[in-house]
Design a protein around this ligand. Structure first.
Ligand code: NAP
Ligand code: MG
Length: 473
């Protein structure tokens, strides 16, 4: 049992001002795995005051001092990587191989990337009479979700630190453990008091207290669209900068010259990874209508081949994060059947033999782009295959979405695939796969505002100052 009932404020572990706790449930067993405290606005006030005090000095540190600090954090992170992976697996149900693999690797990658960006970053530049200076924006409220806990905390904390900002992290109630260990890592690495603070609790209380706070300069949020909208409204009165990384309904276009079976299998396996709880997942798979039969065969085989079970065992997929997410996903599966989509793998209910735990069957539908299951973010292991007539039609379907986060194009002819990537209205496109920590990540349309990852993510935490007359005429 984990007992994480203190907050990290001003360089110390402190009790909440008003004691109140919540239990955390292990999604693989449905049993209580630990306890956290639920803070109040009074705890947020304390954390913001500490961050404001610390900004006076941390905002003035040199890039070299911050580089040394980030290197020290990396050393501590490496020592506790396995513990972080175990915490992620326990809190949100990722298989251990994934939790101790890609989950913690993403956190480490954002840290190393912040170091690389900071090493070469030009904070000052002269143009004619003017000095253009980049300065840290100040005190930041970081609000994160549970689906890739290390990715989402680290992609905010490390660029913010590299920029010279101070911060308050509000981790998700569903995945509070890895954030606790991360706070310990930052403390042990010698992050100065007040620079990093963490208050656990409800989004509607701690999140709102940060968004509306007079003395918070910026909110960076990752999560659902409705909460993103609310945060933007809450932040409006104090004219904060708001970075939003929201949902997606990303299309994966398999072009006619691509290997259909291999790509359909890859897309199906990809959708089931992390139990489908990935904002940029390719949840709409677009294949040539004329080859739908082959696509159905490949997708069925791939989905039925995804093993589901205990995150501690050797399975490809664990449970989804919570009872409520399980029920939302079941609702979408029922909805797909109701609206006439063809169910070709999985379906309602739990996989055989898995009565305890929030396990969902890897599910694939063949449907049309007007169906609810093709329009809304399900956030579970549910793929919708849609047929297209020609490339123009494929692009039209891909862009016919309220979201615009990710996109995928597979094709042998690289120029043809590149041409399609130019026409897709999303913040990121993967052409025949690939991975890049320096590539900016964020959404068009209702998938959000702003960009994270790499140098673009670093810029989110900077203000721009023009000093005119720096060079007298
Ligand atoms: P969520 O409600 O958007 O929560 C994300 C974070 O925001 C959590 O820390 C949450 O706190 C906090 N929050 C909630 N209400 C808030 C408010 N009024 N002001 C400020 N912060 C607030 O997401 P969720 O409930 O975890 O998941 C719901 C759906 O969101 C999913 O089904 C999925 O579609 C989508 N989602 C998308 C992403 C993504 O990466 N784009 C990630 C996660 C979820 P609590 O601890 O109280 O929840
Ligand atoms: Mg919520």
């Amino acid at each position: 049992m984990r007992n994480y009932t203190q907050f990290y404020i001003d360089g110390q572990w402190v009790d909440p001002i008003a004691p109140r706790t919540a239990q955390v449930v292990n999604p693989a067993t449905e049993e209580v795995s630990g306890t956290i405290s639920l803070g109040t606005a009074a705890d947020v006030d304390k954390a913001v005051a500490a961050a404001r005090r610390a900004f006076a000095t941390f905002g003035e540190t040199s890039a070299k001092e911050r580089l040394d600090l980030l290197e020290a954090i990396l050393a501590e992170y490496l020592k506790r990587e396995t513990e972080l992976g175990e915490a992620v697996s326990e809190e949100m149900g990722a298989p251990m191989s994934l939790a101790c693999g890609f989950h913690t690797l993403l956190g480490k990658g954002h840290l190393s990337t912040a170091i690389e960006v900071l090493k070469d970053f030009k904070f000052e530049e002269q143009r004619g009479p003017t000095l253009i200076r980049k300065e840290p924006i100040g005190v930041c409220g970081l609000i994160t979700p549970w689906n890739w806990p290390m990715n989402q905390t680290c992609v905010k904390i490390f660029p913010a630190l590299a920029a010279g900002c101070t911060m308050i992290l509000k981790p998700p109630q569903l995945a509070p453990y890895s954030a606790q260990i991360l706070a310990e890592i930052l403390h042990d690495a010698g992050v100065p008091a007040g620079v990093f603070n963490m208050v656990q609790g409800k989004g509607s209380e701690i999140g709102t207290a940060l968004s509306t706070h007079e003395d918070v300069d910026m909110i960076s949020f990752t999560g659902s669209e409705p909460v993103g909208v609310q945060i933007q409204k809450d932040a409006a009165d104090t004219v904060k900068r708001v970075g939003l990384e929201l949902g997606g309904k990303s299309a994966w276009i398999v072009l006619d010259d691509a290997s259909l079976a291999a790509n359909v299998a890859a897309a199906t396996g990809g959708m089931m990874g992390n139990s489908g709880q990935t904002c940029s997942a390719g949840s709409r798979l677009l294949v040539p209508s004329a080859r739908m039969d082959d696509a159905i065969a490949a997708a069925t085989e791939a989905a039925n081949g995804v093993t589901v079970g205990d995150p501690k065992g050797n399975f490809a997929m664990g449970p989804v994060v919570s009872k409520s997410q399980y029920e939302i996903i079941q609702g979408y599966i029922e909805k797909g059947i109701e609206e006439g989509a063809q169910l070709i793998a999985g379906g309602p209910g739990k996989p055989e033999g898995l009565d305890k735990g929030y396990y969902v069957k890897p599910t694939v539908f063949v449907g049309t782009n007007d169906m609810v299951i093709a329009r809304e973010e399900i956030f579970g292991p549910v793929l919708v295959i849609i047929g297209y007539d020609d490339v123009d039609h494929a692009v039209e379907i891909a862009n016919d979405s309220n979201f615009g986060l990710g996109g995928y194009v597979s094709g042998e002819d690289l120029d043809a695939a590149r041409a399609v990537s130019r026409r897709m209205r999303t913040g990121a496109i993967w052409v025949n796969g690939g991975f890049d920590f320096h590539a900016p990540f964020g959404g068009y349309k209702r998938s959000g505002n702003g960009r994270e990852w790499g140098e673009h993510g670093f810029a989110e935490y900077l203000e721009v100052k023009a000093v005119i007359g720096w060079n007298p005429a």
